[in-house]
Design a protein around this ligand. Sequence first.
Ligand SMILES: Cc1cc2nc3c(=O)[nH]c(=O)nc-3n(C[C@H](O)[C@H](O)[C@H](O)COP(=O)(O)OP(=O)(O)OC[C@H]3O[C@@H](n4cnc5c(N)ncnc54)[C@H](O)[C@@H]3O)c2cc1C
Length: 381
Amino acid sequence: MNFDLTPEQQAVRSMAREWALAEVAPVIHHFDETHEFPHEIVRSLGKTGLLGALVPEEYGGAGLDYVSYALAVEELNRVDASVGITMWAHNSLCTNHIVLFGSSAQKESYLPRLARGEALGAWGLTEPGSGSDAAAMKSRAVREGDRFVLNGSKAFITNAGVAEVAVVMALTDPARGNKGVSAFILDRGMPGFAVGRPYRKLGLHASNTAELVFDNVSVEAGRLLGELGMGFVNTMQVLEGGRIAMAAMAVGIAQAALDEALAYMKQRSAFGKTLAEFNGLQGMIADMGTDVEAARLLTLRAAALKDAGKPARTAASMAKVFASEVAMKAATKALQIHGGAGYITEFPIERIFRDAKLTEIGEGTSEIQRMVIARDILGLR
Ligand SMILES: Cc1cc2nc3c(=O)[nH]c(=O)nc-3n(C[C@H](O)[C@H](O)[C@H](O)COP(=O)(O)OP(=O)(O)OC[C@H]3O[C@@H](n4cnc5c(N)ncnc54)[C@H](O)[C@@H]3O)c2cc1C
């Protein structure tokens, strides 16, 4: 067993950290307060190559391994999770679905633009009436000659209002249940394809989340992504990688909470001592440090399994459920360590605390991850 990162993996981590500290840290408070989408930051992120992290080099991407990708995701989220989730939905969901299941023509048409960040991607599975039970979707694509006519809607879609490209799932054969779901690639501006107003959210204020609405959208057969009827099955594979990335996102948020707690404890005094000298608070820090390290190890192990081409579904769900709960616990403890200062918006921990919660919900809730893990370890599949 080797815990050392390669020089290339270390270089990706350093680059992501330096970029996030230089480009995001100085301005993110403004975007969080105003709920504005940071277009300039995302354009700059495109120049680093990280919006093509999972895209093979032949299509203009960085072709990173999953360990490198997880390290980059962690470092971005350590600075800000709104930029982090924007990058995650673009890379792990939309772009990766095309990487894994796109035809050569689809890859050539979409991947170079997505990899350079000239087009941002969104991915729509969730609907107003179906989230955890995603196969209960209602969106319907009906074949008419060499086209499909798409009707329905998608809820809570990251990047919906800022994406040029969206991969969406719809029923093509409702009688076949989850074997009757297909995926399609849509472009912004297609007639009948609309975006709702951005939701006002608890956290991740600088990310865009909105509804996608399909009203008789005429979709050429060439926009079918993967085989007809395989959209749901393929989605499960997309989600496996996505869960590793969301675990890395949670590790970054948890590390940010720890960073903030450490800095505050060293500068704040009470009863003639710095907070760092109180045993009660030292215990909290010890638990946070241990939890963050355990979450990171689970996440990097799942990423390493994926890189080795080994089954990673259980490991990805374990990493995701553990890391997201560590993020929430670490953010809660770090806010407590800040006392009243933690409850006002001047200190980053208030934003980190709000942002952390999403990691227990998105990409499959903690309850759904536990269901996946239990079925796998009980051998119930
Ligand atoms: C900010 C944000 C960004 C998102 N981005 C995207 C995106 O880009 N693309 C996309 O497709 N979706 C996205 N989502 C949707 C997200 O994936 C869903 O919200 C999530 O999967 C949960 O679905 P739901 O909200 O419908 O909750 P529900 O499925 O209604 O669940 C409600 C509660 O019931 C529990 N529950 C449900 N079924 C079971 C069960 N069998 N056993 C035990 N408990 C259960 C859940 O764990 C939860 O606690 C996003 C959501 C948010 C908030």
